[in-house]
Design a protein around this ligand. Sequence first.
Ligand SMILES: [Zn+2]
Ligand SMILES: [Zn+2]
Length: 268
Amino acid sequence: MCIIVLNMKNGKSNISLCSLASGSVGNSIYIENTTAKILIDAGLSGIEIERRMESKSLTFDDMKGIVISHEHNDHLMGAAILSRRFDIPLYMSRLTYQRVAHKIGEVKNLKIFEPGVSFYIGDFEVHPFQISHDAVDPVGFSVTYKDSKVGIATDLGIATGMVKTHLKDSNMLFIEANHDPEMLINGSYPWSLKQRIRSRHGHLSNFDTRELLVDLKHENLRNVVLGHLSEENNTPDKVLETCGDVFNIDKTSIHLALQSGAGDLIEV
Ligand SMILES: [Zn+2]
Ligand SMILES: [Zn+2]
């Protein structure tokens, strides 16, 4: 069981989302509507992503795009391989592509997006927005279809006003809760790495995430997925202890996306 559901509501939805993997070893989020499927990031081997999709009875039929948030390997590893194998368009920013072109091999179906400019994949409207992280051109995304909106931001040192603006009014949020500050400080990482993680270009702590969620909370936020948990500096219990009481669980379900396996398909 890789996603913990505190409460799950019923109801018709336009978008469904499944975390295939989340954490510093690999990230990939599967999103579908009735007409198209996309992956946000593909940071495991191509084979492993296929295996995890199969484990949830998900297929690459009608997969219309793989969209990359930034060039770190835990978001990129299998992307070009899957793009070639299934002839799926691969989307990333120009600066990100320039940074990775030498190592991902030929991509026949490359689509360049510009942070701040929306684009369509099938009927999904995807809006990439800049986030603060130690990558060349990192972005979060809002993904909208009909009247449902998913907001995604998983590698960011600070939730800026712009991030909050773009995540506002989401019906589902996929946000990182990377570390417990005390575990990070007392843990075994070298000081320089601890500093990087804590910096404006690093990752959100559980407390940062809590603050962001308090800001973003609204009536129609039905599901919150917390991910990119550090396996060294965080635990699911710590995340739920810090962030679990932000919401009225009759209105908003909290899920944890973990590294070890795919979660359930959640209706937005
Ligand atoms: Zn990452
Ligand atoms: Zn990263």
